[in-house]
Design a protein around this ligand. Structure first.
Ligand code: COA
Length: 177
């Protein structure tokens, strides 16, 4: 198995095609390579390959800021984890490689997940702030929209930031900037 990282400008057309197909986000399916690279210019892509075929992938988004109690916090965000071939252990393998890599590079990283996907993170010993994802909110189209993710995932996060995220509640929401 090979683990590799590419910044968006180094992605091949085939990489982009596979990423878009795997993510299954309708609005993005028609993105051409240059639009994709521009849209994700502040992201890097982590791949797991087997026999030169990508079997699992994820994105680290460096364009992610939360305002909490009037303070701005920058995190890297783990997003778009998807296995091309599911339930073969590839997602777990990639996740562990990514955690090690982000720790080595001292990149403060969080992620989010819905209730039904907790098991994959629990199984891989990722600390979960249960029920805290719903306190992330965003102002979009003239209204506040709460996140539909249930939990916050502690991928590599300082104790100080874990405590700040742990303190989120209905009266103390994090605003996605
Ligand atoms: C979530 C996902 C990336 C997991 O990848 P994977 O390669 O299938 O995962 P693994 O084979 O390493 O599975 C590890 C554990 O995760 C759990 N798991 C995997 N897929 C799951 C799913 N769809 N729902 C609930 N639990 C799941 C299982 O507990 C599994 O443990 P087991 O092998 O003891 O049954 C994959 O199912 C996927 O691509 N899903 C669609 C995209 C998605 O929802 N991404 C998550 C964003 S938070």
């Amino acid at each position: 198995m090979q683990y590799s990282i590419k910044c968006s400008k180094d992605l091949s057309n085939n990489d982009i095609e596979l990423i878009l197909k795997s993510w299954e986000i309708e609005d993005w399916l028609d993105l051409d390579s240059s639009s994709f690279k521009m849209k994700f210019e502040n992201s890097e892509f982590h791949f797991l390959k087997k026999d030169d075929r990508i079997v699992s992938l994820a994105r680290i988004n460096f364009d992610f800021k939360l305002e909490i109690q009037e303070n701005l916090h920058s995190f890297a965000e783990l997003v778009g984890l998807v296995s091309v071939e599911k339930t073969k252990g590839y997602g777990s393998f990639l996740l562990n490689k990514m955690v090690t890599n982000l720790k080595e590079r001292e990149i403060d990283t969080i992620g989010f997940c819905k209730l039904e996907l907790r098991p994959i993170y629990e199984r891989n010993d990722i600390q979960i702030l249960y029920g805290k994802g719903i306190f992330i909110t965003e102002f979009d189209n003239n209204k506040w929209i709460d996140s539909d993710d249930d939990d916050i995932l502690i991928i590599n996060t300082s104790e100080e930031n874990i405590n700040i995220l742990q303190s989120l509640n209905e009266q103390n929401k994090a605003i996605l900037v």
